[in-house]
Design a protein around this ligand. Structure first.
Ligand SMILES: C[S@@+](CC[C@H](N)C(=O)[O-])C[C@H]1O[C@@H](n2cnc3c(N)ncnc32)[C@H](O)[C@@H]1O
Length: 362
C-alpha cells in the first residue's frame, strides 16, 4: 500500500461518515505535500516518466508558442514591458524553451519580454529557479497566485486544467449522485454514492443530460471553473492560452465514456482503476472545453480561437516550414521535424490536444 493510500485511509476512519467526495481524494492523491503524486517535487515527464506532454516531446513546442507570444506582443502595440506568464511550469522546461527561443540581442521583443511563473508549490519554484536563474538571472519572477500579476501579458498553461481535482457524478435511479470514496474493513477503498450537497455542483449537475443509462459516470471540474474566474479577475491584459487534452460537451455522452474519462497513468500505462496506488500515479480527466468557454465568456473573456493542436501549431510553423524548402535538413532540423510530426499528427497528439485562446481586455 502506498503512503498516500495509508494516510487517506487513516483520515477516512476518523471522519464521522467515513467518506470523502472523490474530488477531495484526487486533490490529496495529487497534491498532499508529503505523499501526493505532484506534491513532493516535479516528477519526470516524457520517456522516463509516466506520460508525455507536448512540452516533453522537445523544444519545438516552446519555439512555436514563442511565435504566438510575439504575435500577441505586436498586436498590443509592442509594449516596452511585456510579461509571459506561465502556470503549471513544472520543472521549468517550457519556460526554458520559450526563453531560449525569444532571447536575441538587439531584438525589441526580446528586450521587452519578462517571464513570470505562477507556482504555489515551493519545491517546484526551487526546481524552476535552479534551471532558469543561471541563464536568465534578471528575467524570471514568481508568485503563488495570478491575483497580483499586472500589465500587458501572454498567459499560458499546458496541461494544467486536466490536473485539477474533478468531482465524479453517477447517474442512478433517475438522478445524479456525487461519487464518494469510503474504506472497508480490509483497507480497500470503495465507491459510495452521496447526495449532492454543494450548491455549485448541484447547479452544474442540473445542466447535464438525463437520458442516460443507469450507472453512467461523468466529471464536473469546479476547480477549473474557479481557476478560470481567477484568471479573468487578475489585472493583466492580453492573451490567455489554455492547452490541454479534452472534449466538447457532447463528446462526453458516448457509450465508450460511460465510466467517465477519469484515468490514472503510470509508466505510460493508463487505466480507470483510479483508487489504486494513490500518490504513485497521475490522475487526470478530459477537459470539458465547451464548459470552459461558457465560463470564460461569462467572466468577460473573449474567445479568439479554439482549435486542435495540429491546426494551431501548423499555422505557427508556417514560416519555419517554408524556410526549409529546397534545403537538405541538418540533424537539428530532422529532430524538430520529428517533434512536429508527434505534436501534430492526428493519431498522436494533433487531434486529442486542443488549444483555447482567449482575449482579456481588463
Ligand atoms: C500534467 S502536469 C503538466 C506539466 C507541464 N505543464 C507540461 O505540460 O509538461 C500538471 C502540472 O500542473 C501543476 N499544477 C497543478 N495545480 C497547479 C496550480 N494551482 N498552480 C500551478 N501549477 C499547478 C502540477 O504541479 C503539475 O506540474
Amino acid at each position: 500500500m502506498t503512503d498516500c493510500q495509508r494516510l487517506l485511509i487513516d483520515r477516512l476512519r476518523t471522519l464521522p461518515g467515513g467518506v470523502l467526495p472523490f474530488a477531495q481524494v484526487m486533490d490529496f492523491a495529487l497534491y498532499d505535500a508529503a505523499t501526493g503524486y505532484y506534491g513532493r517535487a516535479p516528477r519526470r515527464i516524457g520517456r522516463s516518466g509516466d506520460f508525455y506532454t507536448a512540452v516533453s516531446v522537445g523544444p519545438l513546442y516552446g519555439r512555436l508558442l514563442a511565435v504566438s507570444v510575439r504575435q500577441c506582443w505586436e498586436k498590443m502595440g509592442c509594449p516596452q514591458d511585456f510579461l509571459i506568464i506561465e502556470q503549471a511550469a513544472h520543472d521549468g522546461q517550457l519556460a526554458e524553451d520559450i526563453l531560449t527561443a525569444i532571447t536575441a540581442p538587439g531584438d525589441a521583443f526580446s528586450a521587452a519580454a519578462r517571464y513570470h511563473i505562477i507556482e504555489p508549490q515551493p519545491a517546484y519554484e526551487a526546481a524552476q529557479h535552479a534551471r532558469l536563474f543561471p541563464q536568465w538571472p534578471d528575467r524570471v519572477t514568481w508568485s503563488a497566485t495570478s491575483a497580483t500579476v499586472t500589465g500587458p501579458a501572454f498567459f499560458l498553461c499546458n496541461e494544467l486544467v486536466d490536473a485539477l481535482p474533478a468531482h465524479l457524478l453517477r447517474w442512478s435511479q433517475g438522478q445524479w449522485w456525487e461519487r464518494g470514496v469510503a474504506v472497508d474493513a480490509a483497507d480497500t477503498l470503495r465507491w459510495q454514492d452521496l447526495p449532492i450537497s454543494d450548491p455549485e455542483l448541484a447547479a452544474e449537475a442540473a445542466k447535464l443530460p438525463q437520458d442516460l443509462p443507469e450507472g453512467f459516470v461523468t466529471e464536473i471540474n469546479l476547480a477549473a471553473l474557479q481557476w478560470l474566474r481567477g484568471i479573468a479577475a487578475a489585472t493583466f491584459t492580453g492573451t490567455v492560452l489554455i492547452a490541454d487534452y479534452g472534449l466538447d460537451a457532447e463528446e462526453f455522452w458516448t457509450a465508450s465514456r460511460a465510466e467517465g474519462t477519469i484515468r490514472r497513468y503510470a509508466n505510460h500505462q493508463m487505466d480507470g482503476d483510479v483508487l489504486t496506488d494513490l500518490g504513485d500515479c497521475d490522475l487526470t480527466a478530459q477537459v470539458n472545453f465547451s464548459r470552459l468557454i461558457e465560463e470564460a465568456e461569462a467572466a468577460g473573456l473573449t474567445v479568439r480561437a479554439y482549435q486542435d493542436q495540429s491546426r494551431f501549431l501548423t499555422h505557427l510553423a508556417a514560416d519555419w516550414l517554408r524556410s526549409l524548402d529546397g534545403r537538405p535538413p541538418d540533424a537539428d532540423t530532422r529532430a524538430a521535424l520529428r517533434q512536429f510530426q508527434t505534436l501534430t499528427h492526428p493519431s498522436l497528439m494533433g487531434r486529442s490536444f486542443r488549444v483555447l485562446m482567449l482575449e482579456k481586455t481588463a
